[in-house]
Design a protein around this ligand. Sequence first.
Ligand SMILES: C[S@@+](CC[C@H](N)C(=O)[O-])C[C@H]1O[C@@H](n2cnc3c(N)ncnc32)[C@H](O)[C@@H]1O
Length: 249
Amino acid sequence: MKQLLLIGIGPGDPRQITLQAVEALQRAQVFFVLDKGDVGRELLQARRVMLEQHRADGNYRLVQVTDPRREPLAVDYQGAVHDWHEQRAALYAQLVSDELGEGEIGAFLLWGEPGLYDSTLRILDLVRQRGVQLTLEVIPGISSVQALAARHQIPLNRVSEALTILPGRRLLEQATIDNVVVMLDGDCHFAHIQRHDLYIYWGAYLGSADELLIAGPLQEVKARIVQVRERARQEKGWIMDTYLLRRES
Ligand SMILES: C[S@@+](CC[C@H](N)C(=O)[O-])C[C@H]1O[C@@H](n2cnc3c(N)ncnc32)[C@H](O)[C@@H]1O
């Protein structure tokens, strides 16, 4: 049977991977890395550095492929994601069939935590539905959410309050906000909120040398975050940021 390891490698700081992840890195014979354009190139480099550090033996194969792109302007968002996942499932099925020998161990190095806003597990379900036989092992990782809380030195929720995690495009439909972590927000939805009872803890490139942190009452700092974010995005060509919105007590 072929085996695949889904290894969570943390959100950017090479020290933020677990001993279990290092052990898994040392077991795999084939690493699959997906090139996702500008963002991907730097993240690809981070993965290479990790491999050099933990696999000094060099006794592995690196299989690099270009990830299919999702239709960015699709009106039917769910439909576009479904099509994109099917394309990726076809690609992954081919990779497992062509690049992984019987009895070999392959690995995907997944950013942050594999169970949080990462479609690899769903896609591998589709791969299995296509008749490809494999066993899976998931190695948890530190997510950007945990890194954000640690860098701002805050708990993610207050006593007995709920913690909600959502993608940026769902933020403005929230009726109540106690503690809301927002990810995947390329459009700065926080900037459209006019309420005066919210505090924001924002972080970009968490764990890397380019890390940016801003915190304060939302109305006081939102314009600065938008400005700093845009400047950084233009300078580097990409950005990844996460923030927590909290109702002041
Ligand atoms: C596809 S999701 C992957 C999340 C990842 N599985 C995790 O556990 O952090 C990508 C989103 O995660 C967040 N993110 C990932 N790495 C980050 C980092 N180093 N700094 C800030 N946000 C990050 C951003 O919101 C980004 O849009």
